[in-house]
Design a binder for this molecule. Structure first.
Ligand code: DX5
Ligand code: ZN
Length: 222
């Protein structure tokens, strides 16, 4: 399996001090910045868009940015996020009429592409496109809000997708988003994930360095 990446979700950061928050969390050892885009249509919440991603790049952040699109439709936002320096763009297949085409838009721009599976989305949605995915993002909560509880059946789904990736000898990253904490991250790794989104667990803690350290230590036990 791939090296573990910890992906702080800036949804839980202090938006009034976003650049500094990202710097702090990167200095604390984060691998990639998770950027949640919500449109008050595909999901009930409304967050940040391409202008904020541009602002983060202009501020000087060079770390990879993992854009999680919770918008419908997706293609126009894919184009915008390509322009503002997204490293990964993932979207929900339910939100695109032509999933393969949307993936192709991302890939042809040289950006890494991924699909996101909601708790009720079957893994079969991956079957005919899995070789085109750099990332598969498994939602362990219903998308829209941070601070929700990890849904336990996610473990079975992670195991199934891990098998699909390995059976095909693919290099796809397997990311989990929602309710990831210090005390369950090892179990999630054991099920087969390699990329861990954590919002409230990191930004809600008083010491980001200590929290990231504790997460890494837990991952090492697997
Ligand atoms: C929710 C977002 C998540 C969210 C996770 O729709 O996709 O990335 O920030 O938050 P926590 O880690 O607090 O569950
Ligand atoms: Zn997310």
């Amino acid at each position: 399996m791939k090296d573990c990446w910890i992906a702080p979700s800036i949804l839980a950061a202090d938006f009034a001090r976003l650049g500094a928050e990202i710097e702090t969390v990167l200095d604390a050892g984060a691998d990639i910045i998770h950027f949640d885009v919500m449109d008050n249509h595909y999901v009930p919440n409304l967050t940040i868009g391409p202008m904020v991603c541009q602002a983060i790049r202009d501020y000087g952040i060079q770390a990879p940015i993992d854009v999680h699109l919770m918008v419908e439709p997706v293609d126009a936002m894919i184009e915008e996020f390509i322009k503002v320096g997204a490293s990964y763009i993932t979207f929900h297949p339910e939100a695109s009429k032509h999933v393969d085409r949307s993936l192709e838009m991302i890939r042809s721009a040289g950006v890494k592409a991924g699909l996101v599976l909601n708790p009720a989305t079957p893994v079969s949605v991956l079957e005919w496109v899995i070789d085109k995915l750099d990332m598969i993002l498994v939602m362990s909560i219903n998308p829209g809000f941070g601070g929700q509880k990890f849904i336990p059946s996610t473990h079975d789904k992670i195991r199934q997708i891990r098998q699909m990736i390995d059976a095909r000898g693919l290099d796809t990253r397997l990311e989990v988003d929602g309710g990831v904490k210090i005390d369950n991250i090892a179990e999630i790794r054991a099920s087969g994930a390699d990329t861990f989104v954590a919002g409230s667990a990191i930004f809600g803690s008083s010491d980001y360095v200590a929290t990231l350290k504790a997460m890494r230590a837990a991952l090492k036990t697997v």
